[in-house]
Design a protein around this ligand. Structure first.
Ligand code: NIG
Ligand code: FE
Length: 422
């Protein structure tokens, strides 16, 4: 069947078209200074792809019969690419926010059986249908803020059945929501409590991950990436290397939760393995910064997480950027450490806390987010040949995207040229 790609579209009357155009790979260093801001420009979309970008009269002449979309003086830019979320979960964990306020630390809550363990108990008790109906409105909220591609991790199941159940939920949700989803297997999100309770439980769970879960997930085509929470108290560097080695052999791309709260060599491991991304990096070492800067691995920063956990430190974004690493931003949307669907708010934190420029933040949330998902050739740019994944914001200047913090300025989005939200 020929997919219905709709009639050609011509986007006109944008105060700015922010193209992020350039090489189809992660940007770094001086390449992050210019997000490609055009005025007086129009964008033509044919068959779900960008066909032309340029001065309005020129593009309008070539696409005279296209349906016009009036951007009403707003900012038109690539849809945001959120390359790190844990969007499939059951109940929210509001009680933990208060526990932290009263002095309990995130890892201490986990040691007492809360945190990720609490979401695991909850998810295991829910049906696939129930999880689908909880996830759909949450993903729609993410999309409503201008996000057009979302990576979604499993990791609250931690048994073969419950992890597969979660990945199936992602596949089902993907056929319901307009936003594009990229599934990641995170069976190594925690060591399940039942495995922590016996002497060789931990070893057996890792063996289950390596010999059964990863091969099965890959065989069924349920995930594009595998990820590990590499952190003191969760998985060690050696265990992470073993698990990710199995993922690589099974044909999955690899990602890492690295040096989130304490430095343990996670960033160095990501660079050594040629991981697609190393995420968090709140406690990355100087060696880790050098390792990422000298690698193709995208350093994905999640400033919402450290803010929400009440930490007084953020990832050393300037050292990473100035050292030449490819930096992306993402929400880390999850019930424990970052329950925000608002990606533009993450850009606010990037500028005000991580000291990034607005152009760096925009490129980190588009082109480099796409690179963190192996999609740099597909999405993240308003340039000929790229997917027509677009977001229109009620702003006159793209620098207002991080400026109006906590606001909801996204008017409409399109995914593959199809109207998605607004
Ligand atoms: O990215 N660090 C591990 N995973 C999540 C938190 C998940 C949770 O607390 O439920 C994170 O911060
Ligand atoms: Fe995470």
């Amino acid at each position: 069947m020929i997919p219905d790609l709709g009639r050609p579209l011509l986007f006109v009357n944008a105060a700015q078209v922010v193209t992020c155009a350039g090489p189809a790979r992660a940007r770094r260093g001086a390449e992050m200074r210019d997000a490609g801001v055009l005025t007086g420009a129009a964008v033509a979309v044919v068959d779900g792809r960008i066909a032309a970008v340029g001065p309005r009269d020129e593009v309008e002449r070539r696409y005279a019969s296209a349906d016009q979309v009036d951007c009403g003086g707003g900012v038109l830019m690539p849809g945001l690419v959120d390359s790190h979320t844990h969007a499939i979960f059951g109940r929210p964990r509001a009680e933990e926010q208060e526990m932290r306020a009263s002095g309990l630390d995130y890892m201490e809550i986990a040691r007492r059986g809360g945190g990720i363990h609490s979401s695991v108990r909850d998810l295991r008790a829910r049906s696939e249908d129930e999880l689908v109906s909880m996830a759909v409105p949450r993903l729609q909220r993410l999309a409503s803020h201008g996000t057009t591609t979302v990576e979604v991790k499993s990791g609250y199941g931690l048994t073969l059945e419950d992890e597969i159940k979660t990945l199936r939920v992602i596949a089902r949700v993907s056929s319901i929501v307009q936003v594009r989803l990229v599934p990641t297997f995170l069976g190594a999100h925690e060591v399940p409590l039942e495995a922590r309770a016996t002497a060789d439980g931990r070893k057996n769970y890792i063996s289950l991950l390596v010999h059964e879960m990863i091969p099965r997930v890959a065989e069924q085509g349920l995930a594009r990436f595998a990820d590990v929470f590499c952190e003191p108290g969760v998985y060690t560097v050696a265990e992470s290397r073993e698990i990710l080695g199995a993922a690589r052999r099974a044909g999955l791309g690899i990602k890492l939760h690295a040096d989130e709260l304490r430095s343990s060599g996670g960033a160095e491991l990501a660079a050594e393995l040629g991981a697609t991304s190393a995420d968090h990096l709140g406690a990355i070492s100087d060696d880790g910064i050098r390792a990422l800067a000298g690698s193709e691995t995208v350093a994905t920063l999640l400033p919402g997480t450290l803010l929400f956990l009440g930490k007084d430190r953020q990832a050393p974004a300037r050292a990473l950027l100035d050292g030449g690493a490819a930096v992306a931003l993402a929400t880390d949307f999850n019930p424990g450490t970052s329950p925000t669907p608002n990606f533009p708010l993450i850009l606010t934190l990037a500028v005000s806390q991580l000291r990034m420029s607005a152009a760096e933040a925009v490129l980190a949330a588009t082109v480099n987010g796409a690179a963190a998902l192996g999609l740099a050739g597909e999405t993240g740019q308003v340039a000929p040949g790229f997917r027509a994944d677009l977001a229109l914001f009620d702003l006159e200047d793209v620098r207002e995207l991080p400026y109006w913090y906590g606001d909801h300025r996204c008017r409409r989005t399109w995914v593959d040229g199809r109207h998605a939200t607004g």
